[in-house]
Design a protein around this ligand. Structure first.
Ligand code: PLP
Length: 440
């Protein structure tokens, strides 16, 4: 047998063993109410993810390679954007998004230290962190109750001549009021950056979130809609931004060759940039002060198998959300229940529940009861981030007040809607709510 055929045959045999391993492991899982944890999120996979992972390992390419290229192209196609660039986490993707906007290649539109970026204090720290890490000033606008999206009606109040960008997350999968934000961004010549890490598959006006911003980001952490262990992506429709993002991601280099390739520009030794001598190897010319935030091909291989399941995952998340909503509706006297932003169809990351201030129990009471009964709960990430110890000494400005953000910090928790929550687990969630609420 020729060595190529031999290799193919060996891979096939290895994959069959991997499937067998997966099936033997899977058979052992059973749900015991009150004993088995009902997670808030988790990875859903089968043998195809394991086979892809092993396939990429056998290639032993290790860094970004054929799987990364295919994932980037398929993710871009799915979302309807021109470019998707993989990064090693959603946080790295956010860092790249803001770093890219500081590029000198953007001339007078580049973000410079002291410029202001409109965002919220209610959310995940690594939406805020890149703003601070680039010596920009966050301007915090409060969120709406029920959608937990930035209160778009207050954004214009936040704008000063120093305001250059709006960077907000579609919290728990519920889109921000994109129509209104785009209008404001256009009117005031602001960049719009979507943190789409919680919202893969959400739509606004029938179009996927992540396709509206000048730059958008995704996360593929195991809790998110699809996973590759650690992973993220930066999305854009703009060719210059794509080049800048790739440069910051790949050490700051000016060269755009894929890893392992040389001379894509066909003039590798014919450049003259900066004060370097003519002909200095383009591979080692740096036009940005960059990072290395690339993925490995093993991560992308897992992601590719996950991407094929995305439509099913989105549907399951929506169905679980609807079941929880239908059930909890009768308790609206105790809870503020979530609702989608107008014109949107969220691919929910979780089901947020706000305990009303006049309820006969506190968030702590109900969260403890659920956790004691093995139902995982989460706070809305950092609550009000400026009350966190890390941000004690930052420079910022608040528009009006952050009353609703504080309510989220004090009274809101969320539970899972991920596809791992099946009928048995949902029934257990309902039973625990019933037991708790019948006793108050
Ligand atoms: C809104 C938001 N942005 C960014 C991130 C960071 O993603 P990662 O964990 O992949 O760094 C998260 C994480 O859950 C998130 O919820």
């Amino acid at each position: 047998m020729k060595s190529e055929e031999q290799e193919e045959q060996l891979r096939k045999e290895i994959f069959e063993k991997v499937s067998e391993f997966y099936r033997s492991k899977k058979g052992a899982e059973t749900f015991i109410p009150g004993k088995t944890s009902v997670n808030y999120a988790g990875r859903i996979y089968d043998e195809t993810e394991l086979i892809n992972l092993v396939d990429a390992s056998l290639d032993f390419w290790l860094t970004a390679g054929r799987y990364s290229a295919e994932f980037e192209s398929k993710l871009a196609d799915f979302l309807g954007v021109k470019y998707a660039l993989l990064a090693n986490s959603g946080s790295s993707a956010n860092l790249l998004a803001i770093a890219a906007l500081t590029s000198p290649l953007l001339k007078e539109r580049r973000l410079q230290p002291g410029d202001e970026v409109i965002t919220t204090a209610c959310g995940f720290p690594t939406t805020l962190n890149p703003i601070l890490q680039h010596n920009l000033v966050p301007i915090f606008v409060d969120i709406e109750l029920g959608t937990y999206a930035i209160d778009a009606a207050k954004i214009e109040k936040a704008i000063t001549p120093k305001t250059k960008a709006i960077f907000v997350a579609h919290t728990l999968g519920n889109p921000v009021n994109i129509g209104h934000i785009l209008q404001i961004a256009k009117k005031h010549n602001l960049w719009f950056v979507e943190d789409n890490c919680d919202a893969l598959g959400s739509t606004y006006n029938g179009k996927y979130t992540g396709s509206f911003g000048d730059i958008s980001t995704c996360s593929f952490y195991p809790a998110h809609h699809i996973t590759m262990g650690e992973g993220g992506a930066v999305l854009t429709n703009d060719h210059l931004l794509k080049r800048i993002i790739a440069s910051f991601r790949d050490w700051g280099r000016d060269c755009w060759c894929d890893t392992g390739h040389d001379d894509s520009c066909k003039k590798r030794f014919e450049w003259q940039l900066g004060e370097l001598p003519f002909g200095y190897d383009h591979k080692y010319i740096y036009s940005h002060i960059g990072y290395n935030l690339k993925v490995t091909d093993m991560q992308a291989a897992i992601g590719l198998a996950q991407l094929k399941k995305l439509n099913g995952f989105i549907e399951a998340r929506r169905k679980n959300f609807d079941c929880l909503y239908e059930y909890l509706k009768k308790y609206e006297t105790h809870f503020i229940l979530p609702h989608p932003t107008e014109q949107s169809e969220p691919s929910w990351f979780g089901f947020p529940i706000m305990v009303r201030e006049d309820a006969p129990f506190t968030r702590k009471d109900i969260v403890s009861y659920m956790e004691d009964n093995k139902i995982a709960t989460r706070m809305l990430f950092g609550g009000n981030l400026i009350k966190q110890p890390a941000y004690e000494n930052i420079q910022y400005r608040i528009v009006d007040d952050l009353k609703n953000t504080d309510m989220v910090m004090n009274n809101l928790f969320w539970i899972g809607v991920y596809p791992g929550i099946d009928k048995q687990r949902l029934d257990w969630i309902f039973e625990i709510f019933e037991r708790f609420l019948s006793g108050v």
